[in-house]
Design a binder for this molecule. Structure first.
Ligand code: DNO
Length: 357
């Protein structure tokens, strides 16, 4: 599998490309034009610019996370066709510069949701945290305000001001939206863009809902094995794929990640590997990648990828904030680099075991 690292772009990330390159096994950055509003065409010049910044470090730009989906596509409203055309143009533009995988999500209104960005742990580190009791009954606008105050002036992916400006209106538009209707809208989108993705040499990879259950009454359709089956069946093409994110699926402990990997590996171009600790009441926080630190068996997950001969891209996911690092919530250098060494170590051990047999 090919190791990658999420990077927010020059001037928008605390981590220099030179440092990313020094992480053992590193092949490329996972990037996006974070300032592009959902629905707009990504101009070729901007894509070329990122490529020119990254390649001198011996890193590639093969994976984009994310090209966000305009809300009209999720809602199935009449303007969606124009936004689908724009999406296709973006895919063609990305394909021209060698992009191979585009990660996206289909979560209404919000992308991922947490209640704390810097929750202190006993060892003095901090990490992202989700607390059920604080979500229940809270006005989403209050949560957004807290996020803005705590995110240290950085725009968080999926929490772009543009998206959140019209929160009340958006919630109104989703009144009556069921999982089935949302699924139909995803199918409509996939049927139209997958042929373009194929031509552009791109594999689309839908990211699971994070957390994998309904929040604020909004429907969720990418949360478990059955949901993935429905999605891969919508358009039967390798270009219609999945980002298998262990941390997003993990809060539902019934999600059997090794089994999902064995079932869907041919449709997984991109893997996110991270651990979380889930409490009995459903709260969870993000731990180190070590199996023994969290509720997910990362060693089994990596074993499953090894067994199926996974050759796709993977990245460590949200890390804790350690060693006093000042960084984007979840996206520091140190803990994610440690995560990579753990996962690569497991991989080597399985590889060696295979040789010994
Ligand atoms: C947050 C991320 C998400 C993820 C998108 C993928 O840290 O896990 O924003 O990138 O959901 O489309």
């Amino acid at each position: 599998m090919k190791t990658t690292f999420r990077w927010y772009g020059l001037g928008n990330d605390t981590i220099p490309l030179a440092h990313i390159k020094q992480i053992p096994s590193m092949t490329g950055v996972v990037w996006a034009l974070h300032d592009m509003p959902a629905g707009e065409v990504w101009p070729e010049e901007r894509i070329a610019e990122v490529k020119a910044q990254v390649e001198p470090y011996g890193l590639n730009i093969d994976v984009v996370e994310s090209v966000n989906i305009h809300e009209s596509i999720k809602l199935g409203s009449p303007e969606r066709d124009q936004y689908i055309e724009n999406y296709k143009t973006t895919l063609r533009n990305l394909g021209k510069y060698g992009v191979k995988v585009v990660c996206y999500n289909f979560m209404p209104v919000f992308d991922w949701i947490r209640t704390d960005l810097f929750k202190p742990a006993e060892d003095g580190s901090t990490a992202l945290f989700y607390e059920h009791a604080r979500i229940e009954g809270i006005d989403p606008k209050v949560l957004v305000k807290q996020f803005e105050e705590n995110s240290k002036d950085l725009t968080l992916p999926g929490w772009e001001p543009e998206r959140l400006k019209h929160l009340d209106k958006l919630f109104d538009l989703y009144q009556g939206m069921t999982e089935d209707k949302l699924r139909e809208n995803l199918k409509y989108f996939l049927e139209r863009i997958i042929p373009t993705a194929e031509e552009a040499g791109i594999r689309m990879a839908i990211h699971p809902d994070d957390p994998p259950f309904s929040v604020f009454g909004l429907p969720r359709i990418v949360k478990c094995h059955e949901d993935f089956q429905k999605i891969v069946d919508m358009v039967d093409s390798p270009a219609n794929g999945i980002t298998l994110c262990s941390g997003a699926l993990g809060p539902n402990l019934n999600n059997n990640l090794p089994e999902m990997i064995r079932t869907f590996h041919k449709r997984i171009p991109f893997a996110h590997i991270r651990n979380i600790k889930v409490f009995d009441n459903g709260d969870f926080y993000e731990t180190s990648h070590l199996t023994r630190d969290g509720s997910l068996d990362i060693a089994e997950i990596v074993k499953a990828y090894h067994e199926v001969g996974f050759e796709g891209y993977w990245r460590p996911d949200h890390g804790r904030h350690i060693w006093d690092e000042k960084c984007r919530p979840g996206y520091g250098l140190y803990d994610r680099a440690l995560g990579i060494m753990y996962v690569e170590g497991l991989w080597d051990a399985y590889e060696k075991q295979k040789g010994d047999k």
